[in-house]
Design a protein around this ligand. Structure first.
Ligand code: IPE
Ligand code: IPE
Ligand code: MG
Length: 228
């Protein structure tokens, strides 16, 4: 498998079950991110995409959003050396202009510092699949308006070339934790032929056995891409 994408869900329920504030669930979820990076390295997975914050998540209470942004900055400061050790390049996917200045600065710093590495950790932040498609359409419209592109020349490849990270291959497997059977606006374009795997395990509890179970399920799938 080249590209694994994960909808990291269930932090709030994990905290609630322990009588803790939701932000404690997000903190514990950050620990899971650390572990999963190691599993991906061991499994030789080149791209790991993590859905960390959606465009819809801005609707959450101010305190929770603030806590998530603080955790992001702390995570980046704490993990930069680990990214170097494992030779992992950090990339951001989403409307980064929506993020607070401290988060943008921390992301940019780590992105630049790790830009030379082959393996990639892609963080989806203020990300929405529809927003990405709309942004791609805007990019195409600008090129048409300037006379650079003919509308008839648009095909799937041209369109995909205007998505946020056009050089990244589509995900092979999308994992969602905490049991919800939906995409919640994740990678709508890129997910067209991804295999889906949902586990009831909450993200803070997601461990190596769960990771291995997801990969084993993927290995059993027969990907036909519409063929026979
Ligand atoms: C996922 O956990 C993390 C984010 C969406 C930021 P949730 O916060 O959605 O946890 P639940 O779904 O409420 O349990
Ligand atoms: C999806 O989880 C977004 C992320 C994991 C960042 P949500 O908890 O926001 O999704 P819904 O509300 O259950 O669809
Ligand atoms: Mg959720």
């Amino acid at each position: 498998m080249e590209h694994l994408a994960i909808i990291m869900d269930g932090n709030g329920r994990w905290a609630k079950a322990r009588g803790l504030p939701r932000t404690e669930g997000h903190r514990a979820g950050g620990e899971t991110v650390r572990r999963v990076l190691q599993y991906c390295r061991d499994a030789n997975i080149r791209y790991l995409t993590l859905y960390a914050f959606s465009v819809e998540n801005w609707k959450r209470p101010r305190e929770e959003v603030d806590a998530l942004m603080k955790l992001l900055v702390a995570y980046l400061a704490g993990e930069e050396s680990m990214l170097h050790q494992n030779q992992v390049r950090l990339r951001v996917m989403g409307r980064r202009e929506d993020l607070p200045p401290e988060a943008r600065a921390a992301l940019q710093h780590v992105e630049e510092a790790t830009a030379g590495y082959e393996r990639q950790l892609i963080l989806c932040l203020s990300y929405g699949g529809r927003a990405e498609i709309v942004d791609a359409a805007k990019g195409l419209a600008k090129r048409i308006a300037s006379g650079e592109l003919q509308p008839e020349a648009i095909d799937e490849q041209t369109f995909a070339g205007h998505l946020y990270l056009p050089d990244v291959p589509d995900p092979d497997l999308i994992v969602r934790t905490s049991g919800e059977l939906r995409l919640s606006n994740f990678l709508l374009w890129q997910a067209s032929y991804a295999e889906l795997y949902v586990t009831p395990v909450l993200w803070p509890d997601f461990g190596e056995a769960d990771f291995k179970a997801a990969l084993a399920a993927f290995e059993q799938r027969n990907r036909r891409y519409g063929g026979v």
